[in-house]
Design a protein around this ligand. Structure first.
Ligand code: TPP
Length: 346
C-alpha cells in the first residue's frame, strides 16, 4: 500500500492568508515580460505589445466565502464576477474578459447551475465584459467557483499599491461596513429560521445592507471618472478584506505610514443603526469587516481640487513617513496603532 507523505506541521491558521501567499511567492522568478510588481497587487500585470494586460483570479468556496441558505445562486454568480472586476479596477484598468470555472456536487440540478450563470451573465453584460472560457467539473464538497478576469490599460494608467508618497491624501469611494452588517443580519435570520421557520421578518430597514452583501457593485464608474478628471491615483487597492488591512497593504508596498481619521470614515445611516442594534462599534466594523468592494487610493495633493465636493470620494486621511507607522486618530483625538484585523479565510 502507498503510504502518504507525512508533513511537519506549520499550521495555515498561524500563517494566515497573507503569510501563506508570501511563502508561496517568495521564489517566483519571472522569465516573460510580466512585471514583478504585479505579485502582491490586486492583479498581475503583463506586457502585451504596447498595452499592459491585467490578470486576476479569485476562488469562492461554499461554506468559506458564501452560504447558500441565504445567498441566492443568481446573486452568487453576480457577486463572484464583481469580486474579480473590482481587482481589475483596483489597478485602474478596464476589464474585458472572464473565464468561469466551477466544481459542483450532484446536490445541484441543472436549473440551479443555470441560475448561477444567469447572475454571471447579468454581471458580464452590465459591465461590458465577455465570458470567453472556463471549466466545469464535479465536486465532493458542494460548490466551488473560480473566476479569472482580464483587463487592459496603457502603462502610464496602471496603478500599483506601491506608488504612495508620504504627503499623499488617503481617499475612499462610497461607504464602508454595510456589506458586513448585511451579513450579520442574514446570519441572524438564518438562526431565527432554524428555531421558527414561520417567522416573517421585516427586512425592509436592512435592504441597503443586505444588497451590499448579496449584490455588490464594482467601481467601474470610478475608473471612468479618473479618466474624465484626468487624474491617476498614486496607489490603489480595493476594499475586500477590511479598511485596516488594505491601508496596511498600501503602507507596506509603498514604504510609507498613514493617518486615518475615524470621524472621516464614510458610513451609511442604516449601517450606523444596525451597529447600534448589534452593539458593535461601527469603526471596528469598517476596519475589519470587508466585502465593501470600494476603492481605496492615495492622491497627490495637487489633484485634490479634482475630487473636492464629489460625493463619490471621501478623504479619510493622509500618508506619512514610513517611520511614523500607520495609525487611527479617534474622535477623541487618541492615536491608535492600526493592526491588520481584516478578513482572513484561514
Ligand atoms: N462567510 C460567509 C458564509 N459569507 C461571507 N460573505 C463571509 C464569510 C465574509 N467574507 C467572504 S469573502 C470575504 C469576506 C469578508 C473577503 C474577501 O474575500 P477574498 O476571496 O479574500 O477576496 P480577495 O482579498 O482575494 O480579493
Amino acid at each position: 500500500m502507498l503510504k502518504s507523505k507525512e508533513y511537519t506541521s506549520t499550521s495555515l491558521s498561524q500563517l494566515g492568508e497573507f503569510g501563506l501567499i508570501d511563502h508561496l511567492t517568495q521564489h517566483i522568478k519571472l522569465t516573460q515580460k510580466s512585471t514583478i510588481k504585479g505579485v502582491g497587487d490586486d492583479a498581475a500585470v503583463l506586457e502585451v505589445k504596447d498595452q499592459q494586460m491585467v490578470l486576476t483570479t479569485d476562488l469562492l468556496i461554499e461554506g468559506v466565502h458564501f452560504d447558500l441558505s441565504y445567498m441566492p445562486l443568481k446573486h452568487l454568480g453576480y457577486k463572484a464576477v464583481m469580486v474579480n472586476l473590482s481587482d481589475v479596477y483596483a489597478m485602474n484598468a478596464q476589464a474585458s474578459q472572464l473565464t468561469i470555472s466551477i466544481a459542483v456536487s450532484n446536490r445541484f440540478p441543472l436549473e440551479a447551475i443555470e441560475e448561477l450563470y444567469a447572475g454571471i451573465y447579468l454581471a458580464a453584460n452590465t459591465y461590458g465584459v465577455d465570458v470567453v472560457g472556463g471549466d466545469t467539473t464535479s465536486s465532493t464538497s458542494g460548490l466551488l467557483l473560480s473566476i479569472t478576469a482580464v483587463g487592459h490599460a496603457v502603462a502610464e494608467d496602471i496603478v500599483y499599491r506601491s506608488g504612495a508618497k508620504p504627503t499623499d491624501l488617503l481617499v475612499v469611494t462610497g461607504d464602508l461596513g454595510a456589506a458586513y452588517m448585511g451579513l450579520q443580519i442574514l446570519e441572524r435570520e438564518k438562526e431565527v429560521f432554524k428555531v421558527n421557520p414561520q417567522n416573517q421578518p421585516d427586512l425592509d430597514p436592512y435592504a441597503y445592507l443586505i444588497e451590499r452583501q448579496l449584490k455588490p457593485e464594482a467601481r467601474k464608474d470610478v475608473i471612468e471618472l479618473f479618466k474624465k478628471m484626468e487624474i491617476v491615483p498614486t496607489s490603489m487597492i480595493d476594499v475586500s478584506d477590511g479598511l485596516s488591512s488594505e491601508i496596511m497593504h498600501l503602507c507596506k508596498a509603498s514604504k510609507v505610514g498613514a493617518k486615518l481619521y475615524e470621524e472621516k470614515i464614510p458610513l451609511d445611516p442604516a449601517m450606523i443603526n444596525v451597529c447600534e442594534e448589534f452593539k458593535l462599534d461601527s469603526t471596528t466594523i469598517t476596519l475589519s469587516g470587508g466585502e465593501d468592494y470600494e476603492l481605496l487610493f492615495t492622491l497627490d495633493q495637487k489633484d485634490y481640487d479634482a475630487i473636492k465636493g464629489n460625493p463619490n470620494f471621501t478623504v479619510i486621511g493622509h500618508m506619512t513617513e514610513e517611520k511614523e507607522g500607520a495609525h487611527l486618530i479617534t474622535r477623541a483625538n487618541q492615536q491608535i496603532k492600526l493592526e491588520d484585523r481584516g478578513w482572513n479565510s484561514f
